[in-house]
Every structure is written in C-alpha cells, then in structure tokens.
Design a protein around this ligand. Structure first.
Ligand code: PLP
Length: 271
C-alpha cells in the first residue's frame, strides 16, 4: 500500500527533514488486523508522552484519525508511523514554526516461524551495550543505531533475538523486544529509566498480570538474576510473546506463566 506523508499518498520527503538529519522524531510500529490498529490507545499514549518529553507539538486527534483511516485501507499487516520534527535549516536548532511531519507506511503481515512461539527462541548475547541516557529512556525515538549495530552481530536463524545489557551490565531488553523473567511466581521486567524502549506489549502484560493478581516487579536485572530465573520470555506488539529457552550457556524451561501470558497476548493480537 502507498505511504502517506502528512495525510496524502506519497513517497517523497524533504531533504531538510530532521528525522533524516538527526533522528529527531518518534515512531510506532502497530499490528493491523481486520482494518483495526491493535493496542492503539497504548501506542498513542507512548507517542504523546514522547512528544511531550521531546517538546514536539503534534495534533494527536489528527494522528489518531489518520492511523484509523490508514489501517482500514491496509486491512492486514504492520503499520509504521514516523513523526519527525519537520524541516529545518542546517544546524541542530529547530525551527519553532515547523510543523511535525507524519509519515505512514504499510507492510504485509510479518510471518515468523511458529516454533518461535511454541518451543521458544535462543537469544544472541549482544556485545553492543545500551548507553545510559535518562532523557531518552523509554521513548521510541528515531535514533536506533544501537539496535542496528546489535542486530548485525548475528546472522542466520539460530538466534531469533538478541539480549542487550546497558553499559553498566544490567539486563535491559531484546534488540526489538522487551524482556520478562519469572522468579518464585513474580513477573519481573527491567527498570527502563536509564535506557530501553518502554514497549506497548510490556505495559499491557504488566496491566493484565496485575488484574489477574500476579505479582509484578520493575527493577534492575543482573545476569545472575537472569541465570536464576524460572522462566524467561521476550515480547513486542507485533509477535506477542516468545518464550526464551536459551542464551549462550544459560537455558530455561518454557513455564506456565509464560504460556498463560502468551495466550493473553495472542488473544489481543488476534482481535
Ligand atoms: C528496542 C525495542 N524495545 C522494545 C520493543 C517492543 O515494543 P512494543 O511492545 O511497543 O512493540 C521494540 C519494538 O520494536 C524495540 O524496538
């Protein structure tokens, strides 16, 4: 399907766009089923928070209505929204009069091997570390070079995802997923106040777990914690949940809480 730029079909972008020059912007990758963008409110909530933290004044009502119209036309697949700070002249200073630019792209559904969800995946232990930057932590901003170089660390199908630590050795997330572990019945995920992307699926799973009375904890995770975990899984808003069965010399069984939450994630994405 054709891309839209500022609400109109088109592939061309100004060379002055700050998303291109500086990664000055945000994005959302949204699963679309039956013409509906899934988990839309959570995606829009993260985008709005990103806009406020980056001081980007966007028309959120317009963004919502364009997303709904684009998803209806796409039908099935994955929709990518990029919101850049628009154009400016050379130099980091932004033009206060420039309006944010809305870019919508539609892609066909992503088909992953069913074994990823059934038997679980192996994580590649990435050497690339996430830098610590609280001003950007949690945001899905357009600067994704850390993920680009981490993803280039492994090839082939042996590992479906990579494990990323921060510069001080904390376990943070996958290259394109968030990570959870289960220890003594508690569902644990990394504190993302220094780095990492606060995923929509992560937020939804924390919410679902709380409403089921499952204890949850957001904390710093060390490699020792990971090693001692009873279950480990990764998640995102496109594939749902993949159990993690191994990372380097570590291994975990696919456990009952992972299976329970996987069913919930599947129901949300099959909507
Ligand atoms: C670095 C990173 N972390 C986490 C996620 C998961 O985010 P979400 O659940 O919003 O898809 C993604 C998704 O692409 C990501 O790129």
């Amino acid at each position: 399907m054709d891309s839209w730029v500022d609400g109109r079909p088109g592939d061309a972008l100004s060379l002055k766009d700050r998303g291109l020059a500086y990664g000055d912007g945000l994005f959302e990758t949204i699963a679309v089923k039956g013409g509906q963008p899934l988990l839309l409110d959570r995606h829009l909530q993260r985008l709005a928070e990103g806009c406020s933290r980056l001081a980007m004044a966007a028309d959120h009502g317009l963004i919502r209505s364009e997303l709904l119209a684009y998803a209806a036309a796409l039908g099935e697949g994955v929709l990518k929204l990029m919101l850049t700070r628009g154009d400016s002249l050379r130099g980091y200073a932004a033009d206060p009069a420039a309006a944010p630019r809305r870019i919508l792209q539609g892609n066909p559904p992503v088909v992953y091997p069913p074994a990823h969800g059934q038997q679980g995946v192996r994580l590649f232990p990435c050497a690339t570390r996430l830098s610590i930057q609280p001003a950007l932590a949690g945001l899905k901003h357009l600067n994704r070079l850390e993920q680009v170089i981490a993803r280039a660390e492994w090839q082939g199908g042996d590992c479906a995802e990579g494990l990323m630590l921060d510069l001080e050795g904390r376990v943070i997330e996958g290259v394109f997923s968030n990570l959870f572990l289960v220890r003594n019945g508690v569902l644990v995920t990394a504190d993302l106040s220094r780095c990492g992307v606060a995923g929509v699926m992560r937020a939804e799973l924390l919410f679902q777990a709380k409403s089921l009375g499952i204890p949850t904890e957001i904390t710093d995770i060390s490699l020792e914690h990971l090693q001692q975990a009873d279950e480990v899984f990764v998640c995102n808003s496109v594939y749902g949940i993949w159990p993690v069965c191994a990372c380097a010399a570590l291994s975990w069984p696919v456990g009952p809480l992972t299976r329970k939450l996987q069913g919930i994630a599947r129901a949300l994405l099959d909507a």
